[in-house]
Design a protein around this ligand. Structure first.
Ligand code: ATP
Ligand code: MG
Length: 333
């Protein structure tokens, strides 16, 4: 299928007192519908600059000196303010890095989520119900009470959920999550990433997941883009990049993640006669999709067994049913 987003040869400079500095240098990427593209790389490698350019929120001293960013057929870099206003929030949404500084402290949680909906013409009455629905969707208990509260009355994890609710309010085609969890503790991080994944499955949203944490990207992304000093170091399917990186730099990044190296070193030998721990036979799962009429078959006649003490890897392209299968196995479906 045609990509949702196509970035071609993007080059961005920052103008500073010391002159001009190239932050992004000839970056090209594509994201398909429902796909998660992970962008990893050291600090300063240009990840956030790419994200900001895609959503049109670059710093005042940023200068796009080359390349194009297309959302479907729409050339975003050639678009005026009006087009941007129509695209931002509705077709592309950003989940910002720091939940603590990204909500207006003087507005209730409900008012913050309502804002994009009202801006795009929903009636105040309809918005009220939708806000509660969204709070429920992102797993915030007691939505009516929470909607009336101010950001300081919520935990960091809850604030991040509120930001996600605001981002998905208009069912965007692309969610850009720039280090969406770096300010949160590990268990909350996991839940937030699960939530983004769940929403992605539900509406077939694409995700650009930016993180300096290769472990997180390796677990969540269908494909990985490795950035270094503004340039693309390598790009490819996650499993390929992790198991056989083309570049020394990527190999170095990966070897810094303990879980990856452990997984490749430890081998559990299981006797042939061991009874399977899990036996899956003919698994089928369909989702009814809001905007589509046909139900979407996420998993179609899947059978496999898992022996105790073994690692069963499920790999496959974006949208192939990996996560859905896993969720059914652990009873989260
Ligand atoms: P991090 O992992 O630390 O968030 P990043 O990969 O997101 O880093 P960017 O924030 O895109 O990197 O920065 C890329 C380069 O551009 C860096 O050298 C950074 O110092 C520089 N830079 C970023 N924003 C500006 C700015 N507004 N003015 C000048 N230079 C900037
Ligand atoms: Mg950044």
């Amino acid at each position: 299928s045609a990509p949702i987003l196509t970035v071609d040869g993007l080059t961005v400079d920052y103008t500073t007192h010391e002159g001009s500095r190239r932050a992004v240098d000839g970056v090209s990427l594509e994201i398909a519908a429902g796909e998660v593209l992970g962008v990893v790389g050291e600090s300063g490698s240009g990840k956030s600059t790419i994200a900001q350019t895609i959503i049109g929120l670059q710093a005042a001293n940023a200068r796009i000196v080359g390349g194009s960013v297309k959302l479907g057929d729409l050339d975003l870099l050639a678009s005026g303010r009006r087009t941007w206003r129509q695209v931002r929030g509705t077709r592309i949404a950003l989940v910002p890095q720091d939940p603590n500084n990204s909500l207006n402290p003087l507005r209730t949680v409900g008012a913050s989520i309502a804002e994009p909906l009202l801006l795009h013409g929903a009636s105040p009455k309809a918005v009220q119900g939708r806000v509660l629905e969204l709070l429920e969707l992102v797993g915030i208990p007691d939505p009516p009470r929470r909607a009336a509260q101010y950001p300081h009355e919520l935990s960091g994890g809850m604030r991040q959920r509120v930001l996600i609710a605001a981002a998905v309010a208009l069912e965007p085609e692309l969610i850009i999550a720039d280090e969406p969890t770096s300010a949160l503790d590990v268990t909350v991080q996991r839940r937030i990433l699960d939530l983004i994944d769940e929403l992605r499955l539900r509406t077939n949203t694409s995700v650009l997941l930016i993180t300096h944490d290769v472990g997180v990207a390796g677990e969540r992304a269908d494909r990985l883009l490795v950035m270094r000093q503004g340039r693309m170091e390598e790009v490819g399917p996650t499993a390929r990049v992790i198991t056989s990186p083309e570049r020394d730099y990527t190999r170095q990044l990966i070897s810094d993640v303990p879980s990856f190296s452990v997984r490749t070193r430890e081998t559990v030998v299981v006797p042939e006669e061991t009874a399977p721990l899990v036996e899956v036979t003919g698994l089928v799962r369909e989702f009814s999709r809001g905007r589509q009429e046909e139900p979407f078959r996420a998993v179609d006649d899947v059978s496999f067994t898992v022996a105790p003490g073994t690692t069963h890897a499920i790999v496959g392209e974006s949208g192939s049913g990996k996560t859905t299968t896993g969720r059914i196995l652990v009873g989260l479906d």
